[in-house]
Design a protein around this ligand. Structure first.
Ligand code: ATP
Ligand code: MG
Length: 552
């Protein structure tokens, strides 16, 4: 057991709770508000909540925290479910805080009956003014001492829809001088005449987050309710409601929000990027949303490994995006099929190879023999990358140049003889001689070459649009910079090239991942049609940014 990873602080708490018999089984929940698509921050919370109950043999509920009728939508509910399943997790019960509206209403009545809640007629501005400051106590509302009977009547009439939005609220009666500002008679219900995506027009009063969350946890017998650090001050209120109502004692635990470099991680900000068309929708492959990353070609395994590697912290920090890409490359190296594609084509003509002949060559499909082989057509006219030829070769140049030889991957060794240039000075075609006895796997030529380059046969190649992505933001932490985070968007985050790809890629599927030799990992995009191939570059083979940092 010596190589076992040390426990994180939540695992320690849970192991202790199980050992002391505090719980027989642990139950967690993942509680998204359906007001946007899930992002990588949510992935952390999902991996954490589901991971703990997998490890300790409990279960996790998916609970939609849908107490705010205005921003929520069924589209988001569906996308959230799809994303969690795709990440590889299964929830026990699919639940909605809105299903508890009747119970929550009863809880509010219980508090009123205990003299622990009152209807306030003050506006939200007036309430804020009486709230005090962290160093000064607040002042009582003139409505604080209404009788229980009057409060019951007014609350019932709030529910019946007698009053306009904002004219009355229900507040918990705690302590206007409490050192924790959240305990100074917090709002628990507000009037909002709005249509709710599930309860329709049944309700015109809605519980506040603090009055819904802990009680929902209690209703579901959640043992460990895990949330992010900003909820630390809410814990006291969470416990107060549970104690006053005498309901199941769920406990809240906090960990640090996960931030990733070169992106933003807030549904509200991501929604702005979508609405203002800085990206093409929530699932744009540049977005840090789970749906965007899926479309980009990230694998669930790579995201889970990343979350595990990073672990959980008690202090906020920004995690380097390259760590996520590292996990991705590790996974794709094992799972991606190999293929050849030329992104910036230059024509190569083999002058001593019969122009009417097509030869089928075999090439390995994956990292090892288990993946088998595929056939690739070879002919006298090929596409190679422009960057694999230099008219005047640099020192230690092992690729093509006048007089230089190189191996064409899975094919022959060729030697460059001459080339053509157009009027603008661009090299248009290079002419080579091939060595017939140098075929891969059966090479008796005795010619030693250091470079191997990829290619596709011009007559057999398919054309494809290839989308190359870069960081969405130019700076590491756009939310902490001055001004609007959108000022830091990288204008070059998307480049599109017309590529030539080997014919096997016409059968590419959305699920399959590919390594285009020497060019990175790619996947088919959902924009592809039977007439037009479209590929996304998921990630390059090496971390180009790491190199730049070293150079600088
Ligand atoms: P956002 O600000 O993006 O809307 P949120 O916290 O309001 O995020 P919710 O839908 O309320 O989003 O969150 C569901 C769960 O995901 C919560 O338990 C929340 O703590 C967790 N979560 C959200 N963002 C992060 C993050 N960046 N890191 C870790 N956990 C997160
Ligand atoms: Mg939120």
């Amino acid at each position: 057991m010596s190589e076992e990873k040390s426990l994180n602080f939540l695992e320690e708490i849970i192991e202790n709770d199980l050992a002391t018999g505090k719980y027989q089984q642990i139950i967690t929940r993942f509680p998204p508000e359906p007001n946007g698509y899930l992002h990588m921050g949510h992935a952390t919370s999902i991996c954490l909540n589901f991971g703990l109950t997998q490890k300790y043999d409990g279960y996790t509920n998916l609970r939609f925290d849908d107490t705010n009728p205005v921003t929520e939508d069924t589209e988001y509910v569906e996308s959230i479910k799809e994303d969690i399943k795709w990440l590889g997790f299964e929830w026990k019960h699919e639940l909605y805080a809105s299903d508890y509206f009747d119970t929550l209403y009863e809880y509010a009545v219980t508090l009123i009956n205990k003299g622990l809640a009152y209807v306030d007629d003050l506006s939200s501005e007036a309430i804020a003014q009486l709230k005090g400051t962290p160093t000064e106590p607040g002042k009582d509302s003139p409505y604080r001492n209404r009788s229980i009977a009057e409060n019951l009547d007014l609350f019932e009439r709030m529910k019946q829809g007698e009053f306009a939005d904002g004219t009355r609220t229900l507040r918990a009666k705690i302590d206007m001088a409490h050192t924790n500002m959240l305990m100074r008679d917090p709002l628990i219900y507000r009037i909002k005449h709005a249509h709710h995506h599930r309860t329709g027009d049944k309700w015109c009063i809605y519980p506040m987050y603090d009055f819904a969350h802990g009680q929902s946890d209690a209703i579901e017998n959640i043992t460990h309710s895990i949330c992010t650090l900003e909820f630390i001050p809410h814990r006291e209120l969470y416990d107060w409601f549970i104690e006053q109502l005498g309901i199941y004692p769920s406990h809240q635990y906090e960990f640090a929000r996960r931030n990733l470099s070169y992106t933003v991680m807030s549904k509200r900000k991501l929604l702005q990027l979508v609405n203002e068309k800085h990206v093409n929708g929530w699932d744009d492959p540049r977005m840090p949303t789970i749906s965007g990353m899926r479309r980009r070609g990230f694998t669930p395994q790579s995201i889970r490994t990343f979350c595990e590697k990073v672990g959980i912290a008690k202090r906020e920090n920004v995690i380097d995006f390259s760590l996520l890409e590292f996990c991705l490359r590790e996974d794709l190296n094992q799972t991606a099929l190999r293929a050849m594609a030329v992104l910036e084509p230059l024509k190569l003509v083999i002058t001593n190879y019969d122009a009417a002949t097509t030869e089928m060559l075999t090439s390995e499909n994956g990292p090892d023999e288990a993946y088998g082989h595929r056939e690739i057509p070879f002919s006298n006219t090929l596409w190679i990358e422009q960057e694999d030829f230099m008219e005047v070769p640099a020192k230690k140049w092992f690729r093509l140049a006048p007089g230089a030889s190189v191996r064409l991957k899975s094919a022959y060794i060729v030697t460059c003889d001459t080339f053509d240039k157009d009027a603008a000075g661009n090299i248009t075609t290079i002419y080579c001689t091939y060595h017939p006895n140098s075929k891969s796997g059966n090479d008796s030529s005795g010619i030693a070459v250091k470079g191997v380059i990829h290619w596709v046969s011009a007559a057999h190649a398919a054309t494809a649009e290839v989308r190359l992505y870069d960081r969405l933001f130019k700076v590491e932490n756009p939310q902490s910079e001055e001004g609007d985070f959108k000022d830091y968007i990288n204008p070059q985050s998307l480049t599109t090239v017309q590529a030539y790809v080997e014919p096997s890629l016409t059968k590419a599927t959305l699920q399959q991942r590919y390594q285009f030799l020497r060019k990175g990992y790619f996947c088919l995009d959902k924009d592809a049609t039977s007439e037009k191939l479209v590929f996304n570059r998921t990630v390059t083979l090496k971390d180009a940014w790491a190199k730049e940092v070293k150079k600088a």
